[in-house]
Design a protein around this ligand. Sequence first.
Ligand SMILES: [Zn+2]
Length: 209
Amino acid sequence: MVRTTLGHSVRGRAIEAVHIDSAGARRAVLVVGCVHGNEPAGIAIARRLDRERRPGLDLWVIDDLNPDGVAADTRQNADRVDLNRNFPEHWRPIGHPGDQQYSGPHALSEPESRIADALIERLRPAVSIWFHQPLDVVDQSGGDPGVERRFAALSGLPLRRLTRYPGSAVGWQDQTLPGTTAFVVELPGGRLTHGEIDRYARAVVALAG
Ligand SMILES: [Zn+2]
């Protein structure tokens, strides 16, 4: 396991990735535990995955892409931008600073989205899982529906197609990196139980292995 600092948030908090690279790995899988700061439940899953030692994994884990938002319990980053509207694919101006889905002055205006963009461009992960809350579904996000269906079955969450927004991370990946699948997992609200953390982490490992 190798922990790397990818860069820093608006307020200077380190954003780190953990890379679990074991023998026999076939494809890179990325997990982002949190992008909306007031939806932090996936961080516990990411931290569980950080300690994973199973063979056959090429797993990259960003526990928390929005540490300023988590610290302030806000959806947005410290610039009041919704990072999940700040990615390049179909980016368009949405709202104003402080608005729920403010998309920023331009695509990739925020250090946090640039950090994710740089890592993803470098890795081109075959599968990327972005955790959100609180809708309790796997979102059919626009990649390979077979991969999303498999994760839904493994995790016990239903598969639904939610609204697709311009400037979202998964939309950008699914549109610009053909042959790869990025999707949103909407966890239930509140904190996860230990059993739930185990179940979701096992689902990620089964999908990644
Ligand atoms: Zn969200």
